[in-house]
Design a protein around this ligand. Sequence first.
Ligand SMILES: C[S@@+](CC[C@H](N)C(=O)[O-])C[C@H]1O[C@@H](n2cnc3c(N)ncnc32)[C@H](O)[C@@H]1O
Length: 424
Amino acid sequence: MADETAETGGADASGKRGTGPDQGPDRGRNQGRGPCPEAGPTRGRARVRGGGPGPWRGWRAAAEEALYGPGGFYLRPEGPAGHFRTSVHASRLYAGAVARLLVRVAGELRAAGDLDEVVFVDMGAGRGELVTGVLAALDASAAPGAGGGATGTGVPAGGPGTTHGPGGAGPGAGPGGARPEPGRLPEGVRLRAYAVERAPRPAGLDPRVEWVAEPPAGVRGLLFANEWLDNVPVEVAQVDDDGTPRYVEVRRDGAERLGPPVRGADAGWLDRWWPLRGPGARAEIGRPRDEAWAAAAGTVAAGLAVAVDYAHTAGARPPYGTLTGFRDGREGPPVPDGTRDLTSHVALDACAAAASGPAELLSQRDALRRLGVSGQRPPLALASSDPAAYVRALAGAGEAAELTARGGLGDFTWLLQGRPAGGY
Ligand SMILES: C[S@@+](CC[C@H](N)C(=O)[O-])C[C@H]1O[C@@H](n2cnc3c(N)ncnc32)[C@H](O)[C@@H]1O
C-alpha cells in the first residue's frame, strides 16, 4: 500500500459547494454507500502534511483524537457551521419549534406538580446557536403585543393557559402554519439554559447561557441533542473473506486495514443490533453512542430528552455503513487527520433501548408538523389584506419546506425519550 496518495475528494452529496450556513450541504444525504472502491479497506487516503501517516488504530481512538484532541476539528475557531449546516443553521423556525416543545414540557411538568424552574439543555451545542435561538424565540413571544409570552432566564412571566396539547399548530401559529409562536412558560416558572460542549465558550454568547462540559444532573425540563450522537466516535467492523467480523484499523492518512476479530461487548452489540452478513459487509458499532445517550437522557429527572440525527433502525441498516467526512462544505473521504468532520448515521433504536423511559422514533417531518411547522403556503387572500405578512409567511413556508423535505432534513429521525413520563 502506498503511503502518499492524493486525496480522492468524495462526491458533493448535495450538489452545492461552499462553506457557510448559506452554502454548505446538510449532512443528512450521505445515505448508505456501496462497497469498493469507496468502502474497501484502502479508502480515502490523504496526502499527509507533516507528522507521517501515524500508527494503526481502531476508528474510535482515531476519530476521538481527530475531532476532539489537540487541534481537533471541533475545537477549531470556525466551528461546525464553517463546514456544514444543520437544521439549526437552516432556519430560525427550528429553534422556534424547540422553544415550543420546551413550553409544552414545562406545561406538563407544572400540571403534574410544583415547578419553579424549568431547564433547557442544548447537548453538543456547537457554538450555542440552538440555545440562542430558543431564548430569542421565547423573548419574542414575551414581547409586548406578541401572541404568546415567555420568560427570559430568571424572569417570571407568562399567563396561565398558554401551554399546548399535542397535535396541530395551535394558538400562535402564523399564517400558513409556518411560523408558530412558542407560547409562554407557565406563570412564575424560571428558565435556566445550558449549552453542553467540548469546545470553549464562544465570545459574545448570551450571558444567560451557562456553558458547561457535562449536562447538569437531576434537572426538570428538556434536553435536546441535535446532531450530537453522530459525532460520538465508534469502532468500525468489517467482515473478512472467511466471514469473521474484524475491527477496521486506520492511519492518520485514511489508509485502512483489517485488525483483530470483534469480541466481547462489541460483538454482542453487533449480534443484537447490526448482524453482519458476508465478506465486505461493514458496520459502525454504536455501543458508545448508546452509553452516551443513556447517560445524557439520565440527567433529566423529569421531562423529555430528544436526540435528532440521521439514523437507521434494525432491518434497514446500510450494508456498508455510512462513515464519511465533511470539510469546507463538501462531503469527502473519512480521513482522521483533524481537518474534517467524521460522522456516521446513528442506530437510534439501540440508543432508545439503552436509556430508560418511554421512547418514540419519528421523522423530523412529522415531529415538526406536530410542533406547528409546515411548508404550507399562506392563503392568497392574505396577499391583498396584509401584503407584508404574506411575504413573511411565504418565506417561512419556504424554510419550513426545507426543514421537512423528503430526501433532505425532513428525513432526520427524532428520538423522544420521556423522563420518566414526559412526552408531547
Ligand atoms: C455536528 S455538531 C452539532 C452542533 C449543533 N448541535 C447543531 O446542530 O448545529 C456536534 C457537536 O457536538 C459536540 N460534542 C461532541 N461530543 C460531545 C460531548 N461528549 N459533550 C459535549 N459536546 C460534544 C461537538 O464538539 C460538536 O460541536
